[in-house]
Ligand binder design. Sequence first.
Ligand SMILES: Nc1ncnc2c1ncn2[C@@H]1O[C@H](COP(=O)(O)OP(=O)(O)O)[C@@H](O)[C@H]1O
Ligand SMILES: [Mg+2]
Length: 271
Amino acid sequence: MQPTHGASKIHLPGVRHLVAVASGKGGVGKSTVAANLALALKAQGYQVGLMDADIYGPSIPIMMGIGEVDPQSTQFPLERYGIKLMSMGFLIKGTQAVIWRGPMVHRAVQQFLTDIPWGELDYLIVDMPPGTGDAQLTLTQSAPLSGAIIVTTPQEVSLVDARKGLEMFRQVRVPVLGIVENMSYFIGEDGKRYDIFRHGGGSKLAHDAGVPCLGEIPIDPRVAECGDTGEPIVHKYPDSPVSETYMQLAKTVVDQLTKAGKQPELPTLKL
Ligand SMILES: Nc1ncnc2c1ncn2[C@@H]1O[C@H](COP(=O)(O)OP(=O)(O)O)[C@@H](O)[C@H]1O
Ligand SMILES: [Mg+2]
């Protein structure tokens, strides 16, 4: 079982590890990382769920290739590529905007966690909205998070916000598993590496904050293509360098959580 934290009110008996994928800024690839990490964990033999906590801007339905569903006649969680899924996007039409106030968002996030029959899961990955708003508060304060992964791009504007995201988890004592630098560099057709956004800011932030750098994911136009066509790159191009990075990321996350879950052993005493 994962450590529960002081203010936890939500109990998730079937879920071994609840892991948040967060960032400060939007558009850094959080949902992409959440979806591909979920698929990489599944490929390594784990039971995985993916919960889209981005109530105002859900992108998991499109990324996982789920078209419009009739919420009245649909059994949730949905399942795609062997991953259990829940998203606000399943409950509203694609063009509709959610204009809820904080308490509604709070309730929705709570219901996604507790009213959806997730069953037995090794990992429930939560795709967080950007920033430090209502959904983040609900999750960090009342859900039993095992850890958080912070996604950033190498640019300073993204790093500054990533640091704020990191601090939010620290304040509520959710372990930060580490930083993922997405869109880190680009390998051209000439085989050369181009640091489009100046690479390395993620590892510097990780170093400064005293957390591991979990991986650097290159820019690959196939990532965007896969996101738009509903078949994440780990599924569509499992042998691509990006997918290999995700497989490694999944292994690191598993190791980190296994280590965190182990109680320090007491020394054996000769009595
Ligand atoms: N490594 C990458 N290479 C190329 N495009 C990427 C990469 N990571 C994400 N993208 C694209 O960037 C856009 C934003 O990603 P998304 O996951 O929606 O970000 P967020 O959830 O942080 O707002 C999407 O179109 C996605 O396909
Ligand atoms: Mg997103």
